[in-house]
Each structure stands twice: as structure tokens, then as C-alpha cells.
Design a protein around this ligand. Structure first.
Ligand SMILES: [Mn+2]
Length: 303
């Protein structure tokens, strides 16, 4: 149609225009934040990250010879909102199930961190094992929080409990953590969660790089980034900002140390809450996504 020459369509992640069929990566947003306890507003995260992603260059800053210009990505749009969390969890589970059953890699834009639970359950149901690399200021390992069982502060607890009860193999490393309570530390112990605090990431750079590399060697890796892993100086627009966090470069260094032999089972970038800043957090999330995708697509070509 002649109008197509003049009109830009719907905003997609990185302006991608590939069809679903032609794509390796499928992105979708989850505009839901009803269990947020502090700064509500991550429902606007997907939209803000899409907008930011359309306004940065597609080269990789960290790996200068790679780019996501030709990344085969299709952006589905957002999961249809409904109030009831259980139904929303089910929707995300089904979206991820359908994406992976068509042989493609899901990319989820949050939305609250809660939705990492159904995303990984969908993957585990298919693969029975996964290595989880989580960047987060928090463990999210409470068994319940403020009278809610499933919420942004408890998703990892319920994921690990279900995985264990079904006999699925799940290895977990939480990186950049710096805010937790006693129950969570007990759960870290009982679930065997490996973790590196934010000060450790800076002080023991080489050791941590080595350990992440080892941990992910030949593994199916799911990477979950809660943007609050970054210091509020870099990303003030998140649900639960925590001082003393990572810089964007620290975070990218950690991600870069994922073994080249790992394959990417899925990826999410959660908790961007754009009402609390002037776009810094969405830009940080978009840049992070671009770097991760550049890294893995470079590897995909090599493989
Ligand atoms: Mn968090």
C-alpha cells in the first residue's frame, strides 16, 4: 500500500520487522505490576524499553565487531492484561511454551519479576534442566511476602520448590545481590543457591568471571536481569531501588563471562519502572539487551 512509504508501524523492540517465522528470537512484554510494594509502575516497562531500544545504535559497545543490526527478532507485543495474577502467570507460561515449542528463544520485557517464574517453568517442563543466571539486588527467596504467596519478592522460592519437587535440575547463581532478610539466607542455604554480592562483583572480578564461566559451560542458560541490580545512579526507575549496586559495565562484564559453549534458553529484563526517571533505566535496559543479544548472536553464527 502506498501509505506504507510514509507511515511507521507499531513500535517494536529494536525496530525489528522480521516475521515470526523468520526469527530466532521472539520478544513480548508483560505490563503487570500489581504485586509491587514500593514503586508501582513497571507495567509501563515494556513500552519504555521498546521506545528506548528504537533510539540507540545497534552496534555492540562491549564487543566492537558485533552488532544486532541483522538480528532475527520478532516482537509480539504485550501479553493481554488481566487483574488476576494466577491468570496472568498462566498466560506468560503459555506464551513461553508456544515460543520454545516453535524452536525460538523467548525474550520477556517486564513488568514485575514474578513472571520469571512461569517463563522458567515452561522451559523446564520441556528441557528438565536449566542453569539460571540472575542479576538482581534481591534473592526473591521469601516463601511469602505481605500475605501474598506468589509475588515479585517470592518467585525464586516457588520456582526452586517446584523444580525440586518435580526432580528438575536447576542450578542458580544470583549476582549483584545486596538486600535480603534472614529467611532468604536460610533458603539460599537449603536450595544451594550460589551468590555474589555487589561488592564482591567489583572486588573479586577475576574469580567471579571464572566461576560464571565454569557454571555455564555447555549449559542451557536462562538469563534474568532485574534492572535493580544496577546502582540507582544508573537505573533509578525500578520497583525497589537499592544503593551500592553495579554499574552497567560491571553487569555487562558478568554477562560476558557466560561460557561461549552455553546456549541461551531465554532472557528477561524486568522491573523497569519508567515513571521515576527521565529514561535512564529504560535506556540501560535496552543497552543491556542489545549487548546480550549481540553476544549470543555472535556465538550463534560461530556455532
Ligand atoms: Mn530485585
Amino acid at each position: 500500500m502506498e501509505l506504507d512509504f510514509f507511515i511507521k508501524g507499531r513500535e517494536t523492540l529494536f525496530g525489528s520487522e522480521y516475521s515470526y517465522q523468520d526469527s530466532d528470537y521472539i520478544s513480548f512484554g508483560v505490563p503487570y505490576d500489581l504485586t509491587s510494594t514500593y514503586r508501582i509502575g513497571s507495567r509501563y516497562g515494556p513500552r519504555a524499553v521498546r521506545e528506548a531500544s528504537g533510539n540507540i545504535e545497534l552496534n555492540s559497545v562491549v564487543n566492537p565487531f558485533s552488532s544486532i543490526e541483522n538480528l532475527k527478532l520478532h516482537d509480539l507485543g504485550d501479553v493481554i492484561f488481566c487483574y488476576r495474577l494466577s491468570r496472568m502467570l498462566r498466560r506468560v507460561y503459555n506464551v513461553v511454551r508456544l515460543i520454545i515449542s516453535s524452536g525460538k528463544t523467548p525474550i520477556m520485557l517486564g513488568g514485575e519479576h514474578t513472571f520469571t517464574l512461569p517463563a522458567i517453568l515452561a522451559i523446564l517442563r520441556r528441557t528438565q534442566k536449566v542453569t539460571l543466571v540472575i542479576l538482581d539486588a534481591h534473592f526473591d527467596l521469601r516463601s511469602e511476602y505481605l500475605d501474598l504467596k506468589i509475588c515479585h519478592a517470592t518467585y525464586l522460592y516457588h520456582l526452586l520448590r517446584r523444580a525440586k519437587s518435580r526432580g528438575w535440575e536447576i542450578e542458580v547463581a544470583v549476582i549483584g545481590v545486596r538486600a535480603y532478610d534472614k529467611e532468604e539466607l536460610d533458603n539460599v542455604e537449603s536450595f544451594g543457591v550460589e551468590y555474589f554480592t555487589a561488592p564482591n562483583v567489583v572486588r573479586e572480578r577475576e574469580d567471579i568471571r571464572k566461576r560464571i564461566n565454569e557454571l555455564t559451560e555447555d549449559k542451557m542458560v536462562y538469563l534474568s536481569v532485574d534492572v535493580d541490580v544496577l546502582d540507582p545512579a544508573y537505573a533509578p526507575g525500578v520497583g525497589n531501588p537499592e544503593p551500592l549496586g553495579l554499574s552497567l559495565l560491571d553487569a555487562l562484564e558478568v554477562i560476558n563471562s557466560i561460557s561461549p559453549s552455553a546456549s541461551l534458553a531465554g532472557l528477561d529484563v524486568m522491573e523497569v519502572s519508567p515513571l521515576y526517571d527521565k529514561g535512564e533505566s529504560s535506556l540501560a535496559a535496552a543497552r543491556l539487551l542489545a549487548e546480550v543479544l549481540a553476544l549470543f548472536s555472535m556465538r550463534r553464527v560461530k556455532a
